[in-house]
Design a protein around this ligand. Structure first.
Ligand SMILES: Cc1cc2nc3c(=O)[nH]c(=O)nc-3n(C[C@H](O)[C@H](O)[C@H](O)COP(=O)(O)OP(=O)(O)OC[C@H]3O[C@@H](n4cnc5c(N)ncnc54)[C@H](O)[C@@H]3O)c2cc1C
Length: 403
């Protein structure tokens, strides 16, 4: 099979990149080890993602947003508090305009939308489920051989195969980082009282506890950060006892709570690839960087990687250049690594500062955040960060044609 770009990993980042490239006339093959239908089953991934405004604009640009829009819930406010009561930071979208602060979507709905789009988009081939048996990259070509006998030749391989990226490891690219000794317990609840589009972040001693509004008003996604040593005992509770633990942390403002679907857990850690590129290779998404979910930004960074790479590859193609030309890959690395490192650092510091019970430190943090809350220009800057509107944005994220 002859193509231009071979993407390894058809998760949220890889599939978005594939659709975006193919829509720009760049022949793309995306390979995943799992069958696409498996990725949308309720037992596969119970997470929901906060999609920043700039990511929404990019997803609109590649044609995904109209497909998934009815599954999304606008985030109108974000309330940050210490425990259920003490509010110290309040973002309201009306403070900076009409647009919501972001949108929530269940990961499986986004995967389903991407599956639909990959089937509709010309110039895009999905090889899944497929097992890679050999990969070759040199100055003249890139090539991937699959166990089913197919061989795919292209100009560039993109590693979008997640935190444990085998492609990154095979290229000899190391990661630096550390484990947080925290896991995220993820669950979905229905509730009697409407969430009104408000996202809540509670800072508890074990770490942040997020209540995130889902479509329809009466369903929310929970991300409960807990000490790793205690996670197994919470996961082993029966549904009633588990729901009691949740109710204790949520408080009463949503009325009666009901558990929906299975619960999940994810070990948390920070990891950053020491390089984002190699000969005919670029890393995107979690293959390049994995961060704490405290600010709901991991996928947004991956989508920025994808949008930046689309800019660079569309430009290269327009000028008749090799898509893996050195200057283009260097530009990608410089552009994305700095931005991702900044966010990785910010989320690391936030998590360290807030995941504790040291009273003087907590008092200082409250005072600091209360200051932010009372200084409108500073608060607006923070809100623009959360909306993904700060920094050197790729064209797709500015609502422009890529390249
Ligand atoms: C609890 C939690 C909550 C989060 N909430 C948010 C949020 O609100 N907002 C946000 O922006 N981010 C959030 N994130 C981060 C976000 O979920 C990840 O950044 C994102 O899912 C990464 O997507 P990816 O496509 O890069 O990697 P992955 O989702 O890991 O996808 C990798 C893909 O590669 C495939 N693959 C792996 N190995 C191979 C191989 N050898 N061959 C072929 N295919 C392979 C896999 O099957 C998979 O489909 C959260 C993370 C956690 C843990």
């Amino acid at each position: 099979m002859e193509t231009e770009v071979i993407i390894i990993g058809g998760g949220l980042t890889g599939a978005t990149l594939a659709c975006g490239l193919a829509a720009q006339g760049i022949q793309t093959v995306v390979i995943d080890r799992i069958a696409p239908a498996d990725g949308i089953s309720p037992s596969f991934d119970g997470r929901a993602s906060a999609i920043a405004q700039s990511s929404k604009i990019a997803l609109d640009g590649i044609g995904l947003w109209p497909v998934v829009q009815e599954k999304t819930e606008p985030i109108r406010e974000i309330r940050v508090s210490d425990g259920p009561s003490l509010l110290f930071l309040h973002y309201d979208h009306t403070d900076i305009g009409d647009a919501p602060l972001g949108y929530m979507i269940e990961n499986r709905d986004m995967r389903a939308g991407l599956l639909h789009l990959t089937q509709e988009t010309g110039g895009l081939t999905v090889a899944a489920p497929a097992e890679i048996v050999e990969m070759h990259r040199d100055n003249s070509r890139a090539c991937v051989s699959l166990k089913d006998g197919r061989t795919i030749n292209g100009q560039l391989i993109v590693a979008a195969d997640g935190r444990g990226s085998a492609t990154r490891k095979a290229a000899g690219i190391d990661v630096t980082g550390w484990a947080y000794k925290q896991n995220a317990i993820v669950a979905t609840i229905d509730h009697a009282v409407s969430h009104q589009g408000i996202a809540h972040e509670r800072f508890l001693a074990s770490g942040p506890f997020a209540i995130l509004p889902l479509r329809g008003g009466h369903r929310s996604s929970l991300v409960w950060t807990e000490r790793t040593a205690l996670v197994d005992s919470f996961m082993a509770l029966d549904d009633d006892a588990f729901l009691n633990e949740i109710a204790e942390r949520v408080g009463g403002f949503l009325g009666n709570l009901y558990l929906v679907g299975p619960r999940f857990q994810h070990p948390l850690g920070l990891q950053v690839a020491t390089s984002y590129t190699d000969t005919r290779l670029a890393l995107v998404g979690d293959a390049a960087h994995g961060i704490h979910p405290i600010a709901g930004q991991g996928l947004n960074l991956g989508l920025r990687d994808a949008a930046a790479l689309i800019d660079i590859l569309v430009e290269a193609k327009r000028y008749g250049l090799d898509l893996a030309h050195h200057a283009g890959l260097e530009r990608y690395q410089r552009w994305r690594r700095a931005d991702n490192l900044l966010m990785a650092g910010m989320t690391d510091v936030l998590n360290r500062l807030f995941s504790n019970d040291v009273r003087p430190l907590k008092a200082a943090l409250h005072a600091g955040l209360a200051t932010v809350n009372n200084l409108p220009p500073l608060k607006k800057t923070f809100m623009r960060h959360a909306m993904g509107q700060v920094g050197d944005l790729p064209k797709l994220m500015r609502g422009e044609a890529p390249g």
